[in-house]
Design a protein around this ligand. Structure first.
Ligand SMILES: N[C@@H](Cc1ccccc1)C(=O)O
Length: 480
């Protein structure tokens, strides 16, 4: 058997002392404690020793003072008297000890208590409680006391004279295999742990023992630095979309209602625009809107929704509620020449909604939005692209059902299937309505979809509460 030099050293102690068992303390004379523990573990792995760990209850004396009843007896003896009035006790004892003394005298029948007096018969009375206290000082292991004595120890604990504690007792015992092993001589030859030039030149390496590395030795777990799980998902989604030929776009976080809602054909009295759903800026509270577009957008709204369009509403500043604002800004920025070309772009960014925080809602979260613009792209292409995207994200089973968004027609929602959870809604999509594209003069069809990262992160990391993502719980972050 290939043993480490320290394993041999430890076994040799058993051999030389002719014993099959040692306590940890017993071995500490020969080897450093940490080393004994480590080496014993190795030997245990090789079946040569067993390690026995026992937790032993111990009792410690925590108050060395005389009992108050003994203090009374001693006082009387010094003064050559045998009795004392209870009200005089306060001259001998601290206040808080008087009751304890009276209780103990009654319980142990040390003296009589009559007519407000304590009358002793024998001032040198014997007291088991004192005897047990003495015994504890010599032997702290609770196992060494019988039931009667243990009851008294309980009383001593209540009186505050002793306290319990635990001590771990470690025993290292040879197994049958270990006993067999030490019957033969154990040779501790010099071991080379590091090769040097000298050892090679002198040829010493040919004779000396070079121990092979043991790569299975248990070691401390280390946690290298890593990227936050949310950032990891963002990067993953970005990689997938870049690989699918999409280009990344950005747009402002502080947005006008014009870009966030009007341009997307959401009527100005739409409930999503209410304070409860959207964050409004206080100062500044209005922004610039493009003069070349406002009349066209107004015309479409008034014609289709039949209400009075208000430019002041369009100018109000908000925190954007979805990344669809980025898509429409991109489309509106295209030159006439660019409008003739195909486009595939995406935006991953923060969006804000004035929602109460709960296990699946946060007022600030990430969305990923993508659009594909090309001649002849259709609903089937949209489904194909989404299937591919979701598959690449790791969702194998995907299904689609009809949905409604003000800016797309037809619209759909995609669901993914998760073992144990069933079908879960994961993204919204559709084809931009002509009313959205008309004011910016885009004639090609535009496929659009948006996915919330909160849902995605919950599914990917199996979270039941989205807040986990932002708690910075180190244990979770290390594992995930
Ligand atoms: N913007 C929508 C998602 C969506 C994007 C694009 C097309 C259709 C739907 C949302 O936030 O829920």
């Amino acid at each position: 058997m290939d043993l480490h030099i320290d394993e041999k050293r430890l076994l040799k102690i058993f051999q030389e002392k002719n014993r099959d068992e040692f306590s940890l303390e017993g071995l500490e004379k020969y080897m450093q404690k940490e080393k004994i523990l480590r080496v014993s573990l190795w030997l245990k792995g090789k079946g040569l020793v067993d390690i026995d760990e026992k937790v032993k209850k111990i009792v410690n004396v925590v108050n060395e003072d005389d009992f108050p009843e003994r203090k009374i007896a001693k006082y009387l003896k010094e003064n050559n008297i045998k009795e004392i009035e209870i009200k005089k006790l306060k001259d001998i004892l601290p206040k808080e000890e008087i009751n304890a003394a009276l209780g103990a005298i009654k319980r142990k029948k040390i003296a009589k208590i009559e007519k407000g007096k304590i009358i002793f018969d024998n001032l040198d009375y014997k007291d088991v409680e004192e005897e047990i206290l003495k015994k504890i000082k010599e032997n702290k292991y609770l196992d060494n006391f019988n039931e009667e004595e243990k009851k008294i120890i309980e009383i001593l604990k209540k009186r505050g004279y002793v306290d319990f504690d635990e001590e771990k007792e470690v025993k290292i015992k040879l197994t049958e295999k270990g006993k067999e092993f030490i019957k033969k001589p154990i040779e501790i030859e010099e071991e080379i742990t590091q090769l040097t030039r000298e050892i090679i030149i002198s040829g010493k390496w040919k004779r000396a023992y070079i121990r092979p590395y043991d790569v299975k030795v248990p070691t401390k777990v280390v946690y290298p630095a890593k990227v936050h799980p949310l950032t990891r998902i963002i990067r993953e989604v970005k990689e997938i979309l870049l690989a699918m030929g999409f280009k990344e776009i950005k747009s402002p976080i502080v947005e006008t209602e014009f870009w966030n809602f009007d341009m997307l054909f959401e009527p100005q009295d739409h409930p999503a625009r209410e304070m409860q759903d959207t964050f409004f800026l206080k100062y500044p509270n209005v922004g610039e809107i493009p003069t070349n577009l406002i009349d066209k957008v107004k015309e479409v709204h008034e014609r289709c929704w039949k209400y009075k369009f208000d430019e002041n509403v369009s100018k109000r500043l908000i925190l954007r509620t979805h990344t669809t604002a980025s898509s429409i800004r991109y489309l509106a920025s295209l030159s006439e020449e660019e409008k003739n070309k195909p486009h595939k772009v995406f935006c991953i960014d923060r969006v804000f909604r004035n929602e109460a925080i709960d296990y699946k809602h946060l007022p600030e979260f990430y969305q990923c939005e993508g659009i594909v613009m090309d001649d002849n792209v259709n609903f089937n292409n949209l489904i194909g692209i989404l299937k591919e995207f979701l598959n690449r994200l790791g969702f194998e089973k995907v299904r689609f059902r009809p949905a409604y968004f003000p800016f797309t027609e037809p619209s759909l929602e995609a669901e993914v299937y998760l073992e144990g959870k069933g079908w879960l809604e994961i993204l919204g999509a559709g084809i931009f309505r002509p009313e959205v594209l008309e004011p910016i003069g885009i004639k090609k069809p535009v496929l659009a979809w948006g996915i919330g990262f909160s849902r995605l992160a919950m599914l990917k990391y199996n979270l039941t509460d989205i807040r986990e993502l932002h708690k910075n719980d180190l244990n979770w972050l290390r594992r995930i």
